[in-house]
Write a protein that binds this ligand. Structure first.
Ligand SMILES: NC(=O)c1ccc[n+]([C@@H]2O[C@H](COP(=O)([O-])OP(=O)(O)OC[C@H]3O[C@@H](n4cnc5c(N)ncnc54)[C@H](OP(=O)(O)O)[C@@H]3O)[C@@H](O)[C@H]2O)c1
Length: 333
């Protein structure tokens, strides 16, 4: 059945991808409402040959809306999502505002689609780095039970929104022109640099992004005691996050067995040959829907260890696409 859909944060990095995806996937729409801040109200955005006018987000924005896709930051979600739910909309929220709340399902359709059905008006979309990691972990865990995960990320600047992307471009231009570089979206210069710092530092020395990967993975996979450690790093890549993942399993898996599990899993493409470029790269994965896996090998430091490289477009699979897949899944029930 077609729906009245609203995108909150329609002018942002994720919101822009929502608009593209609803069109590309032919999402059944009765109407599409684009919401953003007062700064963008009146801006025109083309959708299916029509010009839609961006409206300012208010508590009254959700009358008659069936599905509200939120991607305007945590404080907007906290303030406005309850109004959307009260108006009868299903909210799928991209921010971290509600992810760890007990009555809010945290869903990756390839891993725990059934959880979506338990919603009470609000479903949380997980953190972008977490989504692509659990897509990769799940087939291994189902067969061999993962005991421990060590993940190091290489995250694109668009993970920090449209301003993050613009800052890398501006810094590269300034560098080439011999001008001074300005850092606003990131704590220090990102061009030609690598920052082991995403989101704010926590008391335990981890960053919030790292703790999101740990806590959200346990919730999505329903393994509250899974041992996980995460190292989250920002790299000067425009789009698509990469991750090196090392896992220790209860049951031994050989490399060919692991490869087969990945190949047969939903949403995964294996690209793993020992030649130049025979592995997934953020540049080529950008604009695609799947999670790509390569560099599959034994982790020689432990008895039942595997190592693999995971790349996905975090604006699609890590954000907008995952949310649209959740909505499509519920529509198909
Ligand atoms: N980027 C990613 O890879 C990614 C991945 C997963 C989840 N997320 C989450 O998605 C959300 C959006 O991220 P983004 O990267 O798309 O950020 P972004 O590019 O900075 O976009 C932010 C959006 O929120 C809107 N907004 C800001 N303040 C507002 C206000 N007071 N009222 C109404 N709208 C307001 C902006 O509208 P204006 O243009 O009018 O300012 C813009 O449309 C965040 O919660 C983020 O954590 C992002």
């Amino acid at each position: 059945m077609s729906q009245h859909v609203a995108i909150v944060g329609a002018t942002g990095a994720v919101g822009t991808e929502f608009i593209k995806l609803l069109d590309a996937r032919d999402y059944p729409l009765k109407s599409l409402k684009l919401l953003a801040s007062a700064r963008s109200a009146g801006q025109k955005i083309e959708f299916k040959g029509e010009e839609l006018v961006v409206e300012e987000l208010t508590t009254e924005s959700f009358k008659g809306v069936d599905l509200a896709l939120f991607s305007a930051g945590g404080s907007r979600s906290k303030e406005f999502a309850p109004h959307a739910v009260d108006s009868g909309a299903l909210v799928i929220d991209n921010s971290s505002a509600f992810r760890m709340e007990e009555n809010v399902p945290l869903v990756v359709p390839e891993v725990n689609p059934e959880a979506a059905k338990t919603h009470q008006g609000l479903i949380a979309n997980p953190n972008c780095s977490t989504i692509q990691m659990v897509v990769a972990l799940n087939p291994i865990h189902q067969v061999a039970t993962i005991k421990r995960v060590v993940v190091s990320t290489y995250q694109a600047v668009s993970g920090a929104g449209a301003a993050g992307m613009q800052e890398l471009i501006d810094q590269v231009k300034a560098y080439a022109a011999g001008e001074a570089l300005e850092a606003k979206a990131f704590p220090v210069q990102i061009a030609f640099n690598v920052l082991p710092h995403i989101d704010v530092f926590q008391e335990n020395g981890y960053t919030k992004e790292e703790m999101k990967m740990i806590n959200e993975t346990r919730k999505i996979m329903s393994v509250p005691d899974m041992q996980i450690t995460a190292n989250c790093v920002r790299v000067p890549v425009l789009r698509s996050h990469s991750e090196m993942v090392n896992v220790e399993t209860e049951k031994k898996l050989t490399v060919p067995q692991a490869r087969k599990l990945f190949e047969n899993a939903p949403g995964i493409v294996v690209k793993d040959s020992h030649e130049n470029g025979g592995y997934p790269l953020p540049l080529e994965v950008s604009g695609t829907f799947d999670t790509y896996i390569g560099r599959i090998r034994e982790d020689l430091s432990t008895e039942n260890g595997l190592a693999f490289w995971v790349v996905a477009d975090q604006l699609f699979k890590g954000a907008a696409l995952n949310a649209v897949q959740i909505a499509e899944y519920l529509n198909a029930q």
